[in-house]
Design a protein around this ligand. Structure first.
Ligand code: ADP
Length: 490
């Protein structure tokens, strides 16, 4: 099984969130299950200028049409970390500071930028990549047009490929909507643009393009796979998703425990494990100091590491905050995102400086230290396709408090209802009252050192490694690759 994994971000090269973590870990897990996997992503400035990334020029260059013009791209290769990653260099589109644009404003030419990337991918499959892939696995809206380009060719004159396409929705809320005036850049046949393809109320919808165009659609948890079929969570595409010939498959994300294990985490001031938890107290003391909290021995420390966007439940935290700050706890936030939440965090820090601290930056090492140092991890997402931090928290012995939605529902079992097997605290109704109730239940546990210790040791042993998920993906690949062969008359 040859798989080409196409993503706009891949850890450790470039990341804005969970998609990068998946693209960093799943391909390696697929390879361990026997697939031959190759990855491809754009060569952003931050990759090109990073001296730690060893990449070599493949010498491959392609000209791809962008409307009436031609764009030149060059393909680079990084053999480490395995599996192989190829980069599409296209200076005009990717030699920029950000991946998608500023937090509050996307780059205006995102359709064109990623179109050039995807056309380069098609050329790479046809002229550069041996053996040819059986499966092209595309991810989220930046890669949504790929099935159509594979079918119709980069210039719209047609193409005969042998690959099947899988498209994974990591977050349906980001759809890549563009004015129809951009359509010419795609060079696709004129009659193609309709409600049966990637038109959405007169606009181009790249997420819809991936959903309708691919042979199989998957998403990152079984509960989210069901939720997105409803008008409430379908972001306008629930009808399209319900109408697919094959139901959307939910496969929960795994964790890369090479990166997220407190027993060998190079970012921590002390290591620890389920057998010996002593180091966790050291981590707590260190992160309290790092965040600028005064002495707070024995006070529960709550962490949030998150993009600061509506999805992540900060509106709920805002409503709960006055009550929350009456509790005996410390709350620390690490995140970047919408400026209104930056301002909100700054105002909380001014109002409750002893109890609340925020770091408004993207700092992966600090994310690790927070996971290790905290007693509780708060993740009240309004919706959550899968979510990774709650799973990281388990391994770090940090008890998650989550809203019961999407992947949070699938990966955390409530301790109040299931004291013997539970792994965290969940609240169902999206209200400040219910959030506070869950936090209070968690504080109850934290106040009982023996019970907390038992829960910690239990949750640290929970295994969300990629192996099982990778096997599910391989099964999914097989199902479409076979269908494809039958349909192609092989
Ligand atoms: P999403 O993909 O919606 O952002 P996930 O929970 O799936 O949410 O993944 C978020 C990933 O991004 C985690 O690895 C988390 O640690 C990381 N992350 C988010 N914000 C920051 C930040 N400010 N600094 C460092 N890492 C962050």
């Amino acid at each position: 099984m040859n798989v080409l994994f196409v993503s706009s971000e891949i850890t450790p090269f470039a990341s804005t969130g969970g998609l990068a973590d998946v693209a960093g870990a799943l391909p390696a897990a697929l390879a361990r299950e026997g697939a031959k996997v190759t990855r491809i992503m754009p060569l952003y400035r931050r990759v090109a200028e990073n001296p730690k990334i060893r990449r070599v020029d493949t010498g491959l260059t392609f000209s791809v049409p962008l409307g009436p013009e031609l764009r030149k791209v060059r393909i680079w290769h990084a053999p480490r970390p395995q599996p192989d990653t190829y980069f599409v260099a296209y200076e005009e589109g990717f030699d920029r500071e950000h991946i998608y644009g500023l937090p509050d404003r996307d780059y205006a030419d995102n359709f064109q930028r990623f179109l050039v990337f995807l056309k380069a991918v098609v050329r790479f499959i046809d002229h550069g990549h041996r053996p040819r892939p059986d499966i092209v696995h595309a991810n989220d809206w930046p890669t949504g047009m790929l099935p159509w380009l594979l079918r119709h060719g980069v210039d719209g004159t047609g193409r005969t490929g042998t690959e099947a396409t899988v498209f994974t929705i990591h977050n349906l809320a980001y759809q890549g909507l563009f004015d129809a005036a951009n359509l010419g850049a795609a060079n696709l046949p004129g009659g193609l643009f309709s409600m049966h393809s990637f038109e959405y109320y007169g606009k181009i919808n790249c997420m819809k393009a991936g959903i309708v165009g691919a042979d199989l659609v998957t998403t990152v948890s079984p509960t989210y796979a069901e939720e997105i079929l409803t008008p409430e969570r379908g972001c306008g595409l629930d009808g399209v998703l319900r109408g697919l010939p094959r139901p959307v498959l939910g496969i929960v994300n795994g964790v890369d425990y090479r990166v997220w294990s407190p027993s060998r985490d190079p970012d921590l001031p002390a290591r620890y494990s389920a057998r010996d938890l002593a180091g966790k107290a050291v981590c707590k003391q260190a992160v309290l100091e790092e965040m600028g909290f005064a002495e707070a021995d024995g006070v529960p420390l709550v962490a949030m590491v998150s993009r600061l966007v509506d999805q992540k439940g900060f509106d709920l935290v805002a409503r709960a905050m006055p009550e929350l700050m009456k509790r005996d706890l410390r709350l620390m936030v690490l995140g970047t995102g919408q400026s209104k939440y930056h301002r909100l965090c700054q105002s909380w820090q001014r109002r409750w400086p002893e109890k609340f601290r925020a770091r408004l930056e993207f700092d992966p090492a600090l994310a690790h230290r927070m996971e290790a140092g905290a007693d509780l991890f708060l993740m009240p997402s309004r919706f959550e396709p899968c979510g990774l931090n709650q799973i990281y928290s388990l391994r770090y012995g940090t008890v998650p408090v989550v809203h019961a939605t999407g992947g949070l529902e699938d990966t955390i079992e409530d301790l109040t209802r299931h004291p013997e097997s539970g792994t965290g605290f969940k609240f169902r109704a999206y209200t400040a009252r219910k959030l506070l109730d869950a936090v209070d239940r968690a504080l109850g546990l934290a106040a009982d050192a023996k019970a907390l210790d038992t829960v910690r040791r239990r949750i640290m042993r929970v295994d969300y490694s990629w192996k099982r998920s990778a096997q599910e993906y391989i099964q999914a690949y097989r199902s479409v690759a076979r269908t494809y062969r039958v349909a192609a008359g092989w």
